[in-house]
Design a binder for this molecule. Sequence first.
Ligand SMILES: C[S@@+](CC[C@H](N)C(=O)[O-])C[C@H]1O[C@@H](n2cnc3c(N)ncnc32)[C@H](O)[C@@H]1O
Length: 251
Amino acid sequence: MDLKKRLPFLRWSFLRIATGARNIVTTGQIGDGREAAAVEYVLANARPGDVDDVLARIDEFAYEKSLLINIGDEKGLLLDAAVRRVDPALALELGTYCGYSALRIARAAPAARIYSIELAEANAANARQIWEHAGVADRITCVVGTIGDGGRTLDALTARHGFGAGALDFLFIDHDKDAYLPDLHAILDRGWLHPGSVVVADNVKLPGAPRYREYMQAQQGARWDTVEHKTHVEYQSLLHDLVLESTYLGS
Ligand SMILES: C[S@@+](CC[C@H](N)C(=O)[O-])C[C@H]1O[C@@H](n2cnc3c(N)ncnc32)[C@H](O)[C@@H]1O
């Protein structure tokens, strides 16, 4: 494997992520225009209507042009497998970014309706262009907001998008690491999950969601059955990460 692929520290675009950490929290983007460049790259190079090719071109951009904070190709396989296991009719994602993981969910569950919650309007606009190009925009909806915005987004999902008791089959959590646990609780409080619903959480080791991990460990065999997948941070093979796949057992 190319040394720059294995060792992220050799890549300027990785170091730029470290300096752009504050931007990510406030704007949802790294701050150097790479997300818009990724969209341009996909529109120019990926075959329209070909989800596989769109995903491959995003991975190519992340490896060869500028690192992106998508779940990536390695952890993406874990996400794909979990989605296939559930075969959801309704899936919810927290954290859209460029729309990459939602695209993977759409590919793995061809009959699913997918909703993706994103705090940054610019990311929603980018993702919509990518989904349109891939030919799946009719099945993926980005809702701009947060689960912690006082009920506005949760209410919109209920009133406009058919979320209700036991309706949610699959949840992918990949946004603000401090919000993983409170947002899961907010969704549980709405009663949307049913026994057998699956929740996948990315980046549980790095950057890390320790309280979420502790909660799942404490609830093992009671409310949740969790498998911890040991893997690597996206687009390199040096830094380790954990993806948690948790099956809801009921209250
Ligand atoms: C790691 S990226 C998501 C990557 C995406 N899931 C993928 O794999 O393609 C995190 C995203 O979550 C968004 N975000 C951060 N805090 C959020 C919140 N509280 N609610 C919704 N989105 C949030 C950021 O703007 C950013 O786009």
